[in-house]
Design a protein around this ligand. Sequence first.
Ligand code: FES
Length: 213
Amino acid sequence: MARLNPENTELARELIGHYPRPKSALIPLLHLAQEQDGYVTDEAMVHIAELVGVTPAEVLGTCTFYEMFKREPVGKYLVNICQGIACTIMGAEELIGHAEDALGIKVGSTTPDGTITLERAECQAACTEAPCLQVNYRYRYRVTDEDFDGLVAQLRSGALDAEIPPHGTLARRPYRQHMPADRRNGPGFIDGAGEPVWIKRHREAAEAQGSTS
Ligand code: FES
């Protein structure tokens, strides 16, 4: 359980500065918390609430709305096997049964070594490639039992580390986009009256159009 560490607190403040209202940064900050710990801790939600000026309950409300935010520890790899109709017809239930046997766990739980969490998922929008699964949201198509076993072996050996980062990782630095200070929430972004400049531009254009029609 952890609040955002100093580095991520600094990054959180930068993210908040991208928005006209601090509260608008809630979702990016939840992603940041999940990237830090692999899931969103209660302490991180309290910290985020302090940073953006809302109640912890509001942060919790946003966090629980989105399935991709986890509030309990999950494995380094989250394996979601699709149970949609196309995948079911093409053997998803058998694949899920094989995965449970191979990993020695039931769906919804994590291997004792903390490597893999197994979940069912609804249609992953790859129905022509059924049955499919995702590992930390990276697709694997037309998965056989043997494919699954090979995938697990590769995950455990680290052979896929370059392709599949640990659960929660969004953008590996130095690839994360940083907004220059002069493009953030401040001079040039908010005008003197506190109105975001792009909203002001659109409002004035709409008003000008209204006055000529
Ligand atoms: S049913 Fe599995 S991807 Fe659509």
